[in-house]
Structure formats: C-alpha cells, structure tokens
Design a protein around this ligand. Structure first.
Ligand SMILES: [Zn+2]
Length: 283
C-alpha cells in the first residue's frame, strides 16, 4: 500500500453516543440518557469494520456509561486487537467536577472496563479535553486511580476547550503520569487544531491530508487523530432545542465522514496510543 508516511500515528475514538456530547449538555440531562434510542453499538461496530478493512489499530476511549450497558461491545473491541481505554464514566468535564468527584468518576470507569476485558486499562481522555492550567490537580487523581497516561489537553484557543500555552509534545508529569496532547500545527501566527472533530468534517480532505503530512515532516512527535461513533451516523435523531451553533457543529458533514475516515486510514499508518507512544512511556 502506498502510504504518505512510514511512521505510525495514533488513531483514537471517543466512544459515546450522540446525546452525551458537551454541545447538548444543557438540552439533555443525564437522567434522560436511558430514554434515548442508543446508536453507539452499531456505529462503533461500523468503525471497527472500517478499521479492519485498512488493518488499522486504535485506542477506544470508552465512556463508562456506554460500557456498562454494552459490555459485549467492549469485549469485541478488545478481542479485535484494539486498546480499550477510559473516557470517564459520566461524560462530565474535569473542569466541572471537584477532585473527589473526578477521582470517583475515573476510578469507576477504569474498574468497569477492567472487569469486562480482564485487562489493565492504562489510558484516559477527559471529555472535551477539559484538563489544563486551571485543574492540573486532575493528573494526581488519574495517577492515584492507576492510569499511566492521559490524552486530555489541546494546546489551542477554542471556546469549548484548549490551553494554548501548553506543551505540544508528550511528557511525563511530576505526578508520574504521561500526558499526550492533541496535535497542533503553527500556521499564520496561530496554532491550528488538526486532530479531528468538527474541523476535520469542515475542511476538504485534501487539505487535512496536507496538514497532517506537514506535521509529520516538521515535528518529531507522533500525530494523533480522534473521532466519535456518532460522527459517521447521518441518520441519528436530531436534538430539538439545542443552540444553533451547537447544532451546526454537531451535524455538519456527517454524511461524508465515513468516506473521509477511510481516506485517512488509507493514506497513513495507524496504531493504538499505547503502541505509538511506547518509546516515550518506556523512558
Ligand atoms: Zn466525549
């Protein structure tokens, strides 16, 4: 296969359903989640098949709430050779929790996932990349809960997330936990987020490919991509009453996403976070 780079990049999926997202947190209360038609199983399995087609391996940051209801899905991900990691239990941002609540949330998700797979869970990603300068205490909680790495910071300026003045390379924190920030590219005096999300759905694929290629040439650190199962599901129920901006961000170009991810899998080499960052973790 003709790839654009011989290095391995980290492929990550935040496994949550369309009604868990931060964009709708003011519209749908957690108490209503069980009344919503779940689509996360089918969508995640569709991603698994797509990854198999391209011999790609990934890290699935599982929401505990999802894992509890669909343990077979977690087992399937594990058995198909992917890394099972944690996205916390309740999809609360780290910034909206006390240290005690946060510790409880990340511990609960970790134990749940380990009970299902019978394997140790080492990785964590905070909802909406919500760890930064204002809550660095979260790293100590993650270390206490037994995690080895986190991928919860995004060194960009964004209204929902981001800590622009933050390291861009993976590094070992004083709390004893590795942080693997989301990739950014410095261009036109700004730090461009190039890891996925709404930007990936908005930009034409050829431009994303060019930005990733440039990143891989310029930087001596791994590239990491993230997506969600709901992003490949244009048929998902529409959430009424959500703000226009949230709706735009959530629904834009969902119908093209699966094809775009296929192109990405074709053009680059993909492995789990644990595998791609292993040279760092060993230090
Ligand atoms: Zn999430």
């Amino acid at each position: 296969m003709n790839k654009r780079s011989s290095v391995f990049s980290a492929l990550t999926v935040d496994v949550e359903d369309y009604f868990h997202v931060a964009a709708f947190e003011r519209t749908i209360a957690p108490a209503d989640w069980d009344n919503m038609p779940a689509r996360v199983q089918n969508n995640t399995r569709q991603l698994l098949d797509l990854f198999d087609t391209h011999q790609a391996k990934a890290t699935f940051f599982m929401l505990g709430w999802v894992a509890e209801r669909f343990p077979e899905l977690v087992k399937d991900i594990h058995q198909r050779g992917h890394e099972v990691a944690s996205h916390g239990y309740n999809h609360s941002k780290a910034t909206s929790q006390s240290p005690a609540e946060f510790f409880q949330d990340v511990s609960r998700a970790k134990h749940l996932l380990e009970d299902i797979t019978g394997s140790v869970v080492t990785g964590y990603r905070a909802p909406s990349f919500s760890i930064g300068k204002q809550n660095e205490w979260a790293f100590a909680s993650l270390q206490q809960a037994g995690y080895q790495y986190s991928s919860s910071t995004y060194p960009v300026i964004h209204d929902l997330y981001g800590t622009p003045d933050w390291p861009q390379q993976p590094y070992l924190r004083k709390e004893g936990i590795w942080e693997c920030p989301m990739p950014v590219l410095s261009m036109l005096g700004r730090q461009l987020p190039i890891a996925g999300g709404g930007y990936f759905r908005l930009l034409p694929y050829w431009l994303t490919r060019r930005l990733i290629s440039r990143y891989l040439k310029q930087k001596n650190i791994p590239y990491m991509f993230y997506c969600h199962p709901w992003e490949i599901d244009p048929q998902q129920p529409r959430i009424a009453g959500a703000p226009l901006k949230s709706r735009f961000r959530h629904y834009v170009n969902l119908n093209r996403m699966e094809t775009k991810i296929g192109c990405l899998l074709q053009d680059f080499n993909w492995r789990s976070v644990n595998e791609v960052y292993q040279p760092y973790f060993k230090r």
